[in-house]
Design a protein around this ligand. Sequence first.
Ligand code: ASC
Length: 132
Amino acid sequence: VIGKAEDQIRWRQSAYNTMAWSMGRIKANLEGSFSKEQVVQAANTIQAIANSGMGALYQPGTDKGSGHHETSVKSEFFKEQDKVKELAMAYNREANEMAKVAATGDAAAAKIQFGKLGESCKACHDKFRKEE
Ligand code: ASC
């Protein structure tokens, strides 16, 4: 186990924030002028984080942050590990595919894959993220 509970919460939140920035960056490129370089950078960033072993940051005791270490994860997350694994693997697949598609520079294909990737984010949010 690496880090105290509040470290793990902080590290995983920074990972999600970097992924959110990267998703926003891809979205902006799909809606505005398309820069293959930017989409590749963002997709590669998401892929790297998706494959970084973030499962290690959900040790017991990381379900109750407090103050500025507040966490949005539901307690069900820690009890439904098979479902978590299934959603995480689907997300991983879509993130890997996003990087692959980005590398081709095909904006139409990137848009389709971006939709699939976003759905795989949302599937976990719907099940395991508390309402804001
Ligand atoms: C984003 C972002 C998320 C996902 C999610 C997809 O850009 O910050 O958390 O996409 O909204 O449904």
